[in-house]
Write a protein that binds this ligand. Sequence first.
Ligand code: B1M
Length: 219
Amino acid sequence: LPVGERLERRIIDGARKGLEDDIDEALADGTKALDIVNTYLLGGMKTVGELFGSGQMQLPFVLQSAEVMKSAVALLEPHMEKVEGDGDRSKGTVVLATVRGDVHDIGKNLVDIILTNNGYTVVNIGIKQPVSAMIEAAEEHGADVIGMSGLLVKSTVVMKENLAELASRGLDQRWPVLLGGAALTRTYVEDDLASAFPGTVRYAKDAFEGLRLMEPLVA
Ligand code: B1M
């Protein structure tokens, strides 16, 4: 198999052994680190999601795939392009969290990498975070934006509750909120959530849209 397809297969099979060699080979072929992530690794994860969703793959194997995905991203991270910063000055600070009740963090951590590599300061507070923890971190670090990730359908409801809590605490104008994760849709965020939230809330389909949205949000 060509190396890209082998990498995709590794994610699906949860096969960690020899991962370094395949990554080195793909990079030596001239494939950019981010293209490896977006094409092969995410392609593999998509298949894992489909197999799991249709009952053809059991949870422990999904976990193994996720571990290989994380290792692959960690190996690729040093090879990703970084935008030269304006001296030491950060373009802005974002608090990033996976919402309460949700453990999925691969997407959130990719967003962290992409934003960090592009000059933003990311305060990544982890998974299963209540909105109170996001608020605390945002206050402590003088954040410009709060970013929430969630992959479960349940998490879309939690996000709605989080926005309601920000509003009820009078904090809706303090931080614009960026939302992402596979269970969300643009319509849900831009119509349902935005209409009920007095502040600014934006939807990012992927990490790059998240990056593009940051500039107007920190302005
Ligand atoms: Co779970 N899981 N999982 N899972 N898992 C999904 C989400 C699911 C769709 C699979 C399926 O059924 N087909 C399904 C949810 C169904 C639903 O809610 N209706 C599901 C389920 C059911 C579960 C459990 C409940 C299973 C169980 O226990 N019975 C359980 C949940 C536990 C919990 O959270 N309380 C569970 C557990 C797990 C593992 C631990 C095994 C593992 C996660 C490991 C980890 O993250 N550390 C796992 C995995 C790997 C998946 C799938 C297969 C892959 C997710 C992933 O990493 N994708 C997933 C299937 C799917 O998503 N279709 C699935 C790659 C990642 C890069 O994509 O996170 O979407 P994503 O991020 C994207 C964009 O969404 C965006 O940028 C990224 C790309 O650039 N983005 C943002 C994300 N966050 C953003 C934030 C932003 C901006 C953009 O700004 C703030």
